[in-house]
Design a protein around this ligand. Structure first.
Ligand SMILES: Cc1cc2nc3c(=O)[nH]c(=O)nc-3n(C[C@H](O)[C@H](O)[C@H](O)COP(=O)(O)OP(=O)(O)OC[C@H]3O[C@@H](n4cnc5c(N)ncnc54)[C@H](O)[C@@H]3O)c2cc1C
Length: 391
């Protein structure tokens, strides 16, 4: 069944959720605020560790940044990021094939993990890319014009000296979201949609739950995974979190399967081929507050980019155009951990442009911290402390 915004041929998860929500009668071990990818993955980690979990979403599940994104399982230019982002990405990249296979087996919904490879049409990046890929043991191949023609015959530009990162994969993020919420319901997580969390409640320096548009929800612990809206919930508790909305617009073209087979990156724009022939064209980076509208300028710029890369896309209709609000953070380093002065309060947000690729590692790390387990990733870089927002 197609939902109203499911231009990518993706099923509306919320039809399955509505009616299944339930009140939480006694303090649940964890309330997770936010039904985006980060909240869903965090709820899953906590539930798999035996915790009682309720997830609260004010809209529909997975209809904000996590739905709007492209699903590339790598930062666009990974060598431009701090090692703390690379560490989360690398852990998640290893985890994704098994996660998607498990979800598909549990739910019958295939998130379409696909190892498309990433072609970078930018010779200026070869030096930093080569150094970074050697240091991180990532495969990189330089390609000349002839190799490129073999790899992607439909490419219009005769770019020389491009790079291929063959191991980079993608997921179809709307399907991943649908599989995750279906799995959570099967695991016994309470999922409430259309419920707005107004504030975190406290007593004697400890979290007691959340006040919502539908009454109080008592909880021993609360995890804020509210994406671009997280700061508003945390600030009243005395912690300034420099997370701000950063708009990104996307186009969806209805292409033919196999027209291109790699994710193609040039400058700040990219093409992502889905298995069914649809091609995502992204994206913009706009600091316009909480305005999720689309613009004609972005539509034209993205379309022009797509046609300049692959001229045959001129024959493909534009099927959809949308915008999402990324949870922007300084340097793209997310905030993952406990809020020191408030017992029982945890944060998992600020994933900026990389929440799909860093999500599984972030969720595991948050659960490790909350449950006082040893973690494979050093938590220090993501600790909750006020940081300055850079443009
Ligand atoms: C155009 C675009 C392209 C992208 N491409 C990629 C990519 O290719 N690869 C990649 O790794 N990342 C990509 N990203 C980034 C990625 O999508 C985000 O980093 C990630 O989705 C953030 O997930 P989230 O769960 O924190 O936020 P969201 O998905 O925005 O979810 C937050 C949820 O919290 C809910 N919420 C907020 N406040 C409250 C409240 N008070 N009460 C109840 N619910 C609340 C919201 O309604 C929302 O559903 C892209 C993003 C965009 C916009």
């Amino acid at each position: 069944m197609l939902g109203p915004l499911t231009g990518g041929g993706d099923v509306d998860v919320n039809r399955q959720v509505s009616g299944l929500s339930a009140r939480v009668p006694r303090p649940v071990d964890y309330v997770v605020v936010g039904g985006g990818l980060i909240g869903l993955l965090t709820a899953r980690e906590l539930r798999l560790a035996g915790q009682g979990v309720a997830l609260i979403e004010r809209g529909d599940i997975g209809r904000e940044a996590s739905w709007a994104g492209g699903g590339i399982l790598s930062p666009l230019y990974p060598w431009r990021y701090p090692d703390s982002v690379s560490a989360l990405a690398a852990w998640s990249q290893r985890a994704y094939p098994a996660l998607c296979a498990t979800l598909a087996a549990e739910t019958g919904i295939d998130p379409e993990w696909t190892q498309s490879g990433l072609l970078v049409l930018d010779a200026a990046e070869i030096v930093p890319a080569t150094a970074w890929t050697r240091r991180h043991d990532v495969t990189l191949r330089q390609c000349n014009a002839a190799t490129l023609r073999n790899l992607e015959p439909a490419l219009g530009t005769a770019a020389a000296d491009v790079m291929l990162l063959p191991d980079i994969a993608q997921v179809r993020n709307p399907r991943l979201l649908k599989a995750l919420v279906t799995s959570l319901l099967q695991l016994g997580v309470t999922v409430e949609t259309g419920v707005d969390v107004a504030r975190v409640t406290m007593h004697a320096g400890r979290v007691t739950g959340v006040d919502t548009s539908h009454g109080h929800r008592p909880a021993v612990n609360v995890v804020i995974a509210g994406g671009a809206w997280s700061s508003a919930l945390i600030q009243p508790l005395g912690t300034l979190l420099p997370v701000e909305p950063v708009r990104g617009q996307m186009l969806l073209l209805r292409g033919r399967p196999g027209a291109i087979s790699h994710i193609i990156l040039a400058g700040e724009q990219y093409l992502i081929p889905r298995r069914d022939g649809r091609i995502l064209v992204g994206s913009t980076l706009e600091y316009v507050g909480y305005d999720r509208s689309t613009t004609d300028e972005a539509r034209e710029a993205l379309h022009r980019f797509a046609l300049s890369c692959v001229p045959e896309l001129a024959r493909c209709p534009i099927e959809a155009h949308w915008a999402g609000l990324r949870p922007g953070s300084p340097d793209g380093v997310p905030f993952i951990g406990a809020v020191a002065q408030t017992a029982g309060l945890f944060i998992n947000t600020g994933h900026f442009r990389n929440g799909v690729v860093t999500g599984p590692a972030s969720a595991r790390l948050l659960a490790d911290i909350a449950l006082q387990r040893r973690s494979a990733i050093d938590p220090a870089s993501y600790a909750i402390k006020p940081r300055k927002i850079s443009a």
